[in-house]
Design a protein around this ligand. Structure first.
Ligand SMILES: NC(=O)c1ccc[n+]([C@@H]2O[C@H](COP(=O)([O-])OP(=O)(O)OC[C@H]3O[C@@H](n4cnc5c(N)ncnc54)[C@H](O)[C@@H]3O)[C@@H](O)[C@H]2O)c1
Length: 460
């Protein structure tokens, strides 16, 4: 049994961590847990993933990952093979690890409120096996005060130990983005908010040696919890602004990307203006819920916040806006959508991932299905099972069969594979004067037009 990292001297923690003799348990082996666990194992740490889903555990122990993230499959396979990564449903392994990282999900409820049931269950199960010296790090996105008023009391009650005295407790928001998760996990600074100074130090020491990252230590867990929500509110609102600029530029027949690139050259404060890119919609597990967490927080505090609701509402208009662009483009070619063949390329919520959770592409596909058009769908990243959550139309096995005789190609996720096939080849396969609606602005308009397509992006 481990003696743990919390409560030791700095030099001892340093030695323990530097020597990679600490075991790390990762509770919740979903998207984030698998990335964190596999990267730590790949860097030499003994990692045990704990999840309540038996099939996830079985897959990991076979060296496979269900998480569609570039590069992840390889490091899961190699780490399992050398014995540094394993998974289990048995929480008793918590006792043998110095660090316990909790990454269970925090979905949005029917009234746009955060659901923290999995956090409570995980805290209870961890608490049963908590030992003096453990450091517990919560990484799930949660409303402020969750670590100290929900997780800490459960851990203390179940274990009979005291946070900040017997065991360490910290909140460190996970700020990586899917599609580049492995690189971002080892490059984005870690924010640490702990219940006491010793917890903060143990945590910062872990991240320094484990990921080569310095920590930004904030006052307490609640501040760190708010940091994550502030990040995602900024991103969602920024994209909402880009999307409304794109709508204006569409009407003015102007290229919004040129406007944004030039606008972003202006220094403001310590950095430049940084307007993000417009697209056919915002999806995924974080940006679609975290602004609502802020909105809910405001309601609890008696505040009527307008920003989170606005950003969510604007971004939620983009799928129907995209569908409107398509029908107009087809009409300009003298075609009605119900008589057209449409090829959708990419249904994941983001370029170069296979994640379809809360994907805005679903709404475009639903509108297309309702239109009576002849529809084909292709996505090389999305497994059939996951695709079923978006459409019941079976995925076309390759881009050629999807695109054949199409009146319109609608790119909803700009995966790199779509860029590897020459545009002239696609234009040859498609119908004459085929519309190319680039919902991710990921193609060069001039190249698409030169290939023979009627090109249109979002705002360009
Ligand atoms: N996906 C992202 O890009 C991202 C980025 C930053 C932060 N986050 C946050 O990280 C957290 C996890 O997100 P995710 O995308 O990995 O979610 P996920 O749904 O992919 O993974 C959660 C995992 O926790 C497991 N789980 C549920 N209850 C459990 C319990 N009691 N004990 C053990 N395991 C349990 C589930 O089976 C699942 O495998 C969320 O709070 C999310 O907001 C996600």
């Amino acid at each position: 049994m481990s003696r743990g990292a919390f409560g030791r001297s700095d030099a001892e923690i340093d030695l323990l961590v530097r020597g990679m003799r600490s075991g790390i348990a990762v509770v919740g082996f979903g998207y984030i847990g698998t990335v964190i666990g596999a990267v730590l194992a790949d860097r030499g740490w003994p990692v045990t993933g704990i999840d309540v889903r038996q099939h996830v555990v079985d897959e990991i122990n076979q060296g496979k990952s269900h998480v569609p993230e570039p590069g992840l499959g390889d490091i899961v396979a190699s780490s399992v093979e050398v014995g540094r990564l394993r998974a289990t449903t048995d929480f008793s392994v918590v006792a043998d690890n110095d660090f316990i990282i909790v990454t269970v999900g925090t979905p949005l409820g029917p009234d746009y409120e955060p659901i923290v049931d999995d956090i409570k269950a995980a805290a209870r199960a961890v608490g049963e096996h908590l030992r003096p010296g453990h450091l517990v790090i919560l990484k799930s996105t949660v409303p402020p005060d969750t670590t100290e008023t929900l997780v800490q009391p459960i851990l203390e009650e179940v274990s009979g130990l005291k946070a900040g005295v017997d065991f360490g407790l910290a909140f460190c928001p996970e700020r990586l983005a899917e599609g580049q998760a492995i690189r971002e996990l080892t490059s984005i600074p870690v924010v640490v908010g702990a219940v006491d100074e010793r917890s903060a130090r143990s945590c910062a020491t872990l991240w320094r040696h484990a990921l080569g990252l310095e920590s930004i230590v904030v006052e307490d867990p609640r501040t760190a919890e708010m940091v994550k929500l502030a990040d995602n509110l900024w991103i969602d609102l920024n994209i909402a602004m880009a999307n409304e600029l794109a709508k204006v530029c569409d009407r003015l027949d102007m290229d919004v990307l040129q406007v944004i690139a030039a606008a972003n050259s202006m220094p403001k404060g310590m950095h430049n203006v940084n307007i993000l890119s417009p697209s056919m919609g915002v999806g995924g597990y974080c940006l679609t819920k975290d602004p609502w967490f802020v909105n809910h927080l405001g309601e609890n505090l008696g505040l009527e916040l307008r920003v989170p609701r606005t950003s969510r509402t604007v971004n939620d208009t983009m799928p129907s806006y995209t569908y409107g662009l398509l029908t107009q483009l087809l009409a300009d070619q003298g075609k009605a959508i119900e008589n057209s063949k449409i090829a959708v390329l990419g249904i994941a919520f983001k370029n170069n991932t296979g994640d379809c959770r809360l994907t805005p592409t679903k709404y475009v596909v639903e509108l297309l299905e309702g239109s009576g058009c002849q529809l084909t769908v292709h996505d090389p990243w999305v497994p059939d099972e996951e695709a079923h959550t978006v459409t019941k139309i079976p995925l076309s096995p390759d881009i050629e069969s999807a695109v054949k005789d199409a009146d319109a190609l609608v790119v909803l996720a700009g995966h790199r594979e779509f860029h590897q096939i020459p545009l002239v080849r696609l234009a040859d396969l498609a119908a004459d004067r085929c519309v190319f609606l680039d919902g991710r602005n990921s193609f060069d308009p001039a190249a698409a037009r030169a290939a023979g397509f009627v090109y249109k992006g979002i705002g360009r």
